[in-house]
Design a protein around this ligand. Sequence first.
Ligand SMILES: C[S@@+](CC[C@H](N)C(=O)[O-])C[C@H]1O[C@@H](n2cnc3c(N)ncnc32)[C@H](O)[C@@H]1O
Length: 307
Amino acid sequence: MLSLAVMVLLAGLVHLIGQEQADAAAARQRRAMGSRNQGQQGGPGAMRGGIEPWLDELTKAYEKNDREKMGQLLEDMKQRGQRFQRGMGRPGEGMQPGQGRPMMGRRDTSSTENPPLSKSEAEKKTMSVLDDMDKNQRAGMMNVPITDGRLLRLLTETIGAKHVVEIGTSNGYSGNWLCLALRTTGGKLTTYEIDAHRASLARENFKRAGVDKLVTLIEGDAHKEAPKLKEPIDLLFIDADKEGYTDYLNKLLPLVRPGGLIVAHNISIRGGRAGIPEYVKAVTTNPDLETIFYEQGAGVSVTLKKR
Ligand SMILES: C[S@@+](CC[C@H](N)C(=O)[O-])C[C@H]1O[C@@H](n2cnc3c(N)ncnc32)[C@H](O)[C@@H]1O
């Protein structure tokens, strides 16, 4: 148990050090630019107020072998991480409203980026389920931020996709965004989920969003199940086990039609990080592919399979 806690602690520290480095670089850049806004958006002061006391407390708890305190502190950081994913700040910050980076979650509704509007009753129904999932089901579901959901919908509709394949359904949040587009294109979604509980939530969510007829949910290990597919794929969305991305790419690329897209999630290359290096290399060194990295949200790569 203790060794597990130590591993989690180390993983947390590595993550935080990455955040600290990115923050230091951002602070240097703001200073260099003489930004008048320094300090208003989670500058160094916000970081001191957030991460350092947390780290001190964690170190003390670790030295005293106070497992309960360590557990509380790790849970606290986990919740901060979830709030970060919903666009309410960054893991190390104080989380006061208005702090943090540009928002990624459903609160990202500045005058230049209003929430999507429903054009029909069917769309309204799906959107209201998405909103409910965003507010009430995110914990433990690892859903894409709303910005990335919107991107998936736009890409799917823009290329007129008839068949989208998703690796990593979770509870169906990104799947519902994809279905908003597929309803319009007359397409369908094949999605894979290994976890029975999440798969069952997804079935429920697709049904109440009114898109269940568009979806084939395959419960099982996508590394084994997805290669059984025979139909062409217009858009492949990879959002599951990170070490498996290249395997999914290798197995499914032959089915992606020329002009089709491969979208991969959590591929942030911000702050000099290489996302998932093996995958990034695979999609940037193949002459048949053209890849761009979209850094809003959680970091997405969009790869075109050239005609
Ligand atoms: C990041 S979540 C997906 C989130 C989802 N795309 C969304 O935004 O709503 C990753 C999901 O992939 C699933 N997963 C992990 N490994 C898998 C595998 N080998 N086969 C199928 N699903 C897998 C996990 O159980 C988890 O639910």
